[in-house]
Design a protein around this ligand. Structure first.
Ligand SMILES: [Zn+2]
Length: 321
């Protein structure tokens, strides 16, 4: 008996779920975090959420895991995120929960938590080693080996989303030119489409009445889906970039499986032929075309599931990294 609680702390909402040791969700709940009101209010919100979970499950808590939007300091249990959690700079989120509940509390980056979740009960099950690539507002990356996260120097996770794809590409905030994120994130797709000389009678011109600043990635995919030639060309280019990024990742890690997720991947059916073509072209040295491509299974709940899994592994004193 007993539950592991996973908390997913985002810039907009916080959600908490109680899991049994087999990874079955017993109860979950969600509420706005109102991050702008500061960390003290945020902590009170999290306490209230946990009280709700305890009341509904009526079971003892074994450990608590938090997956949070970064940056954060896992070792010190501190959130350092003035970007999506304004005012949350050097906020110790772990100690107050340890004091209040008397159990082990872990803090994890949300992308890594999501990968642990997929490894536990999602699209990573059955793969000894898999890479998870999230393509949305940014491009996230996690490498899981036998259920554990791979860590680099100083415990940092590698940034596979910033592998170089096209050195003549746009400048990224990471300092590189033409890294994967700068080419295939949602905003990158929009920016690329906006810089093209668009057909006067094409879907993008018609939909925006010529105000190309209104173009976003979703509109490009919509156009490709109904057969607009220019949108299809853009999507083919994006698919090729994603394929090239995955080739670099595969060359270095040779995983059994790649798990894809994120807003851009909602249009995976349009991207898949191009991605697979590029992988096939780069299969001479290693069997890149044999690497399984799976879509993530847990959707929005992956971070919460993985936070609970991190809590469980810490509880069992199995390092998850
Ligand atoms: Zn970059």
């Amino acid at each position: 008996m007993g539950i592991f609680i996973g908390i997913d702390l985002g810039g907009t909402n916080v959600r908490a779920g109680a899991f049994n040791p087999q990874g079955e969700l017993i109860y979950s709940t969600e509420t706005p975090i109102e991050a702008a009101r500061g960390p003290q209010v945020g902590l009170e919100t999290i306490y209230a959420l946990l009280e709700n979970v305890l009341k509904e499950t009526q079971q003892p808590v074994l450990a608590i895991g938090i997956g949070s939007t970064g940056p954060l300091d896992r070792e010190r249990g501190c959130i350092q995120n003035p970007f999506t959690l304004p005012g949350w700079e050097d906020v110790d989120i772990v100690s107050p929960l340890v004091q209040k509940y008397g159990v082990t509390v872990t803090l994890e980056n949300d992308a890594d938590a999501a990968a642990l979740g997929e490894a536990w009960i999602g699209a990573g099950v059955g793969a000894e080693r898999f890479v998870m690539v999230t393509i949305g507002t940014g491009v996230g990356f996690a490498f899981v080996i036998n259920g554990k996260l791979y860590r680099g120097m100083g415990g940092e996770h590698p940034e596979g989303g910033h592998v170089l794809v096209d050195p003549s590409g746009p400048v990224c905030y990471c300092g590189a030119r033409g890294c994967l994120e700068s080419l295939v994130s949602g905003p990158a797709i929009a920016a690329y489409a906006q810089t093209l000389v668009l057909n006067q009678t094409g879907f993008l011109t018609e939909q925006t009445n010529g105000d190309f600043s209104q173009i976003d990635a979703g509109l490009v995919f919509s156009g490709a889906r109904i057969g607009d030639e220019q949108c299809q060309e853009i999507v083919n280019t994006i698919a090729e970039y994603i394929g090239l990024g995955l080739v670099s990742i595969i060359m270095l890690t040779l995983p059994d499986r790649i798990v894809l997720t994120g807003g851009v991947i909602r249009s995976y059916d349009l991207l898949e032929p191009g991605i697979k073509r590029v992988l096939k072209q780069h299969s001479l040295m290693i069997p890149a075309d044999k690497v399984e491509l799976h879509l993530a299974a847990l959707g929005q709940t992956a971070g919460m599931v993985g936070a609970a899994r991190a809590a469980q592994m810490k509880f069992q004193e199995t390092s998850y990294e």
